[in-house]
Structures are given as C-alpha cells and as structure tokens.
Design a protein around this ligand. Structure first.
Ligand code: AMP
Length: 638
C-alpha cells in the first residue's frame, strides 16, 4: 500500500490529514487521487457508499489543484442534501488548514440566498452545492461554471431519486467539455448510468463498497411478523436493546411521522426526519439525535442521506425498501469507524423471497430470529436496571442528608427485600406492560389468545374496540363493515382489528388514531333507514394513555440508561461533592437477626444499596426532595 505522499499529496495537506488521524489512503483514495492529480486523468464512476473515505478521495486532490492566482470557481461538488453539502465543505476546509487563501463555500437550499451570494462574491475556488440552489445561482449569474475544471457528483443515485435529474442536466450542460467528472453512487440504477453515459468520457469504473470495512462489521437480523404487528415488534426490538442508538427507516413521510409519533406517545426518546419538515425543524431533530437526546431517529431514506454519525448501534428497517439496493445503503449507516453494528429487518411473512435476494446482494447470511418474548425483554431490562445501579456514582451529599430519615422509614426491610423493592420501582412498569403479552411469532390465526390479550389491554396497542348497533340481521358482514369504516371516515387504509358480528349488534376494533373520527361520522349516519349507534365497548382494549401502556413520564424510568447519565446528573453537581459522608449512618450497628444473612452475600453496605438505588432514580428527576419522598413512598407501597 502506498502512502499519501507517494500518491502525490503535498506537505501542507499531509500535515492537516495526519492531525485528523489519516495514516494511509483508503482504497477509494488510492484509485481516485492519482487520477485527479494527473492532468490527463480520466473521468471516474465509483460505486461507493458513505463511510468509504470518498470525501477525501476527491477533496484532497481538488484542494491541491486549486490555482490561487485565479479567483474563479474551479471545482464544484454537487450532493443531494444540505447536511452532506455542508459536511463536504467542512471536511475540505479541515484538509486545507495549512493552505492559506483557498476559499471553500457551501450553497444549499432552505437558507438565505443573499448570504450565500455574498460568500461567493468574496471568492469561491471550490463550491459544495445542492443541485436546486446551484442552478438558481447559475441562473442569477452569481456562479459561472463555464471555466470549471472538475465536477463531482456525490450520491448521484440519491440526487436522481429526489428528482434532480433535470437540474443536473441543466447544470452539466453549462460546463466545459474538457472538465473532469467524477460520479459517486451507492447504487447504480439505469438512470445513473444514463447520466454517466451522456456527460462523461472514457470513465474508469470501479466499486469500493465491498472493501468498506464498515459493512463487514454489520450483522443482519430478520424478525418476521404479521404486517399489523410491525409496530409491536419494533417496540419489542427497542426494549430488548436498552442502549440502542439508531435509525428506523420507513418508506414514506407519512409512515415516518406516524411511527415517530407513536414511539413518542409511548415514551421513547424518538423523533422523525423527513422531507415535510422545514430545514430549521430538521436541524433541531438532527441536533437532538447527534447529542443523543433522542436515541431513535425515524427517517425516510432521502432524509437520512448525508447523516454522518459513526456510532449508531442499530439500523432498523421498519419496512424493506422497494429497491433492495437501498438496503445496502441503510445497513451501511451502522458498523462504521471500526465499530460493530446490527441491521434489523422487520419483515412481513410474505417477504421471504426479498430477504434471500438481499442475502445474495450483501453476500452475507441474514439471521432469522424470533421476536423477543415479553419475559425475555423483562429479563434484559431487569439486568439493565441492575447494571445502571451498579455503575452509578453514589456518593452524593444530597442523598446523605436524607439517609437518616430514609433509614428510619425503611428499617423494617432486610437487604434482599430492599433490593427487590428498589428494583421493582423501576421494573414493575415494564413487567406490568409485558405480562401476558402474546408471542408475536405465533401463527396469526391464534385469534383467541390475541383477543384475550387485547381484552386485558396489555398488547392491543393502537386499537379501540367499538360496539355497533348493527349485526347479521341487518345484512352486515365483515366486508360491509370495513366498507362502512372506509366510506364514512373517507380514509382508505385504516387498520381494522378483530371483527365480531352478532345477530343484532357487532364489535370491531379500529386503529385508535381514528377513534374520534369514527364516533363522529358513524353516529351521524344511517344504515338502511336505521340510525347508527357506535360506542366504545366496555370490554375494549384500554385506551392509549392507560393500562399496559407506558406513559411518557413512566418511560423515563427505563429511558436509555446510559444516555441519561451521559448527559451528566442534571440535578447534582457531582464534582463538588464532599466524600466519605455516607458512612456516618452505616448499618453496622443494626441489630443482628435473620436479615443479617443477606448482608453477608455482598461487600456492599445497606447504606450503599440505598444510596445507589436512590441515585439512579433521583438522577432522572429535577427536585431532590420531591424525588426522595416519591421514591420512599413507592418503595413502601411496592
Ligand atoms: P466519507 O466516506 O468521506 O464519509 O469518510 C468516512 C470517514 O472516514 C470520515 O470520518 C473520514 O474522516 C474518515 N477517513 C477518510 N479517509 C481516511 C483515511 N485515509 N484514514 C482514516 N480515516 C479516514
């Protein structure tokens, strides 16, 4: 393998990239850099994903080829999203840290154009742009590409997916024939080929995807469930992985928003990113995700492009993409920068063929696993609570102050009982939720158990059960009922659960999201001259905000533990805590008795157990007094 110096990178740039930790060129860099540094270099078409080092592959030689005596724009890089466009400009600026005078400007939609116009007028040797804004600036005669030396098309497939074909053709038509063109794409659909054929000459084509070390670190898991259980499966997967930090990919903007809203309602640290959001809204969501204030980003493929986060633990395919090549791109978002990652597919039972096509495409086996059972999830969560308790720094003076009072109140408990109760404060809500939930892997015609499960309210998420005053004697069959739901609400794709048609009345379940709409429209309608009466059934699954569901606040207690402590204990400045105080109320003087046996099992003192457990809970709350009182009340009543 050659070094950066051997493939022609200059001293100042070498110094900057050494500081960034680049020791030797990555495969895409070895191929691209010499081509760009050679005046006779070829055009390049590279099948390369994000994470392969392609930004430096074109960025380093472009910098080196800037002619400082010429103020005009010499190189332009076009990419699909603002995030990627800004990232590219920032990367190139960081490579040019020791090169004075080189001007790199990013221009992208969704931000003030005046500001960008001013920046370009001050000089822009290299422009990183999104297609729409670039064309706009060309049309305004702010940017002139007629003397450009290099055009880089990054994530070309995505630009075409986003409908930028015409813009790209217009832009490229405005560039000189003798320029050098580089095209990078994660996939190579016919549309991309067409662009390459039309605008590129004697291009060298190569693939770097396979050599992407990231992809080798990704393992692939598939959970097959009935389509209507997808969301339940998603929740179980997330609950089974308490430290998850990942992207949930959905197919449409609507689905993305819907799943994110459901997750948020259920108390998960999630949010959505998709094309219907303004740039400012997307920036806020991305900011929260980067800083790990949210651990699940629900995204469309397009919106997720350009997200450059190296430590994602999981990628979840809530749905398989229509174009299976996109799967490779999705899964490549995890397992980056030497870390391992997991790509999960929630598949419909009918998608077996698609899964084996993906296996062939990625050259790897996809492991088929059963969706975790409630009991398995509870075990994982239980040990997660214990782990957090073990790791939490528990010498806080704020708690010491309350220890005498706490000890007095909990005096009647021995160590085992105490541990059980403290753990239960965190854990009961979880076990309540998952107790008696169905096995999602069972054949879906196991209607009885599902009905029972729903009537317990445990697992009927999203569904409300209705009573309707029409039955078989009104000639009402399941198809008629579904038709009525669709026609009266005017919504085609409402999820309908159990339908139970009796002689003169019926019960049926409908996605709770449409509950009010249903009540409103049905109760204004008539059926064959008879006034319809629709009510929420008494035996209904519990409404969304109660029952087995965890509310937002509750969820906090099981919130991605590591994450909350990553942010640091909000309410306690740990640094200024005096040490050693906690021993003063030690239980060494506790009268001996039966309970002493349980003390002997661990090195930890009674006080330490209390302090540690209280700290885990208190960390989540702002007000120490209130938190401590609440915890003691909960422990006493557990
Ligand atoms: P990219 O595919 O351009 O998004 O690059 C992926 C990551 O690899 C970025 O974080 C780069 O900073 C890093 N990178 C690029 N080239 C090298 C290199 N030669 N050695 C080490 N890291 C690199």
């Amino acid at each position: 393998m050659k070094s950066f110096a051997e493939i022609g990178i200059e001293k100042n740039i070498l110094k900057a990239i050494e500081e960034l930790g680049f020791e030797s060129p990555m495969p895409v860099q070895e191929k691209v850099i010499p081509q760009l540094l050679n005046d006779e270099g070829n055009d390049i078409v590279a099948l390369a994903q994000t994470g392969t080092g392609k930004t430096a592959a074109f960025g380093l030689p472009l910098l080196q080829r800037v002619d400082l005596s010429n103020k005009k724009t010499q190189h332009v890089i076009i990419s699909p999203t603002r995030e990627l466009c800004v990232q590219i400009a920032d990367d190139i600026k960081s490579y040019s840290k020791y090169e004075s005078g080189i001007k790199v400007v990013a221009v992208f939609g969704g931000a003030s154009i005046d500001h960008q116009v001013k920046a370009i007028k001050r000089g822009a040797h290299i422009i990183s742009a999104t297609p729409g804004r670039l064309l706009d600036l060309i049309n305004r005669r702010v940017i002139d590409l007629r003397e450009i030396k290099t055009v880089v098309l990054d994530e070309a497939d995505e630009m075409l997916n986003m409908g930028f074909r015409e813009d790209l053709e217009d832009i490229l038509s405005d560039t000189p024939a003798e320029k050098q063109t580089l095209l990078f794409s994660a996939t190579m659909p016919r549309e991309v080929k067409k662009i390459a054929d039309k605008f590129m000459n004697n291009a060298i084509e190569f693939t770097v995807g396979k050599k992407n070390a990231g992809a080798d670190n990704v393992s692939h898991i598939c959970y097959s469930v009935h389509a209507r259980d997808r969301y339940l499966a998603l929740k179980r997967i997330v609950d089974f992985n308490p430290d998850i930090y990942g992207i949930v990919f959905c197919r449409t903007r609507l689905e993305t928003q819907d799943i994110a809203s459901k997750l948020m309602n259920d108390g998960y640290n999630a949010d959505a990113i998709h094309g219907d959001l303004s740039q400012a809204q997307r920036d806020v969501v991305m900011g929260k995700f980067r800083t790990k204030h949210i651990s699940l980003l629900v995204a469309t493929d397009v919106a997720a492009r350009g997200i450059d986060i190296n430590d994602l633990t999981h990628v979840i395919n809530y749905n398989l993409p229509d174009e299976l090549e996109i799967y490779t791109h999705r899964s490549g978002r995890t397992g980056r920068a030497g870390k391992s990652g997991i790509s999960i597919i929630i598949s419909n039972l009918k998608e077996k063929r698609k899964i084996s096509t993906i296996e062939k495409k990625i050259g790897k086996k996809i492991e088929h696993l059963p969706v975790p059972l409630g009991k398995e999830i509870c075990k994982v969560q239980l040990f997660h609570v214990i782990d957090r308790m073990e790791k939490v720094a528990a010498d806080s003076v704020e708690i010491d102050e309350f220890l005498p009072e706490i000890n007095k109140k909990l005096e009647w408990l021995d160590r085992d009982e105490l541990i059980k109760k403290f753990v239960s404060v965190e854990f009961n809500r979880f076990s309540d939720y998952y107790r008696n939930t169905a096995d999602l892997n069972k054949p879906t015609d196991d209607r009885k158990s599902r009905r029972e499960e729903r009537s317990r309210g445990g697992n009927s998420e999203g569904y409300t059960r209705f009573f309707l005053n029409l039955g078989s004697m009104d000639n009402l069959g399941p198809a008629d009922l579904i038709g009525m739901v669709n026609d009266l609400t005017g919504v085609r794709d409402i999820q309908i659960g159990e339908i139970d048609i009796k002689k003169s009345f019926s019960f049926f379940e409908v996605d709770s999201e449409f509950k009010d709409q249903l009540l409103d429209t049905f109760n204004k309608a008539e059926h064959k001259g008879r006034k319809i009466n629709l009510e929420i059934s008494d035996r209904a699954a519990k409404p969304q905000s109660s029952g087995g569901r965890r509310r937002s606040n509750d969820r906090k207690s099981f919130s991605r533990g590591g994450r909350s402590s990553d942010r640091g204990g909000k309410s306690f400045g740990r640094g200024d805590k005096p040490s050693g105080g906690s021993k003063s109320y030690g239980r060494s003087d506790k009268p001996s008795g039966g309970s002493d046996k349980s003390y002997g099992k661990s090195d930890k003192s009674y006080d330490e157990v209390i302090t540690q457990a209280v700290t885990v809970e208190v960390e989540e709350k702002q007000n120490v007094n209130l938190a401590v009182v609440q915890i003691i009340e909960e422990v006493n009543s557990t």
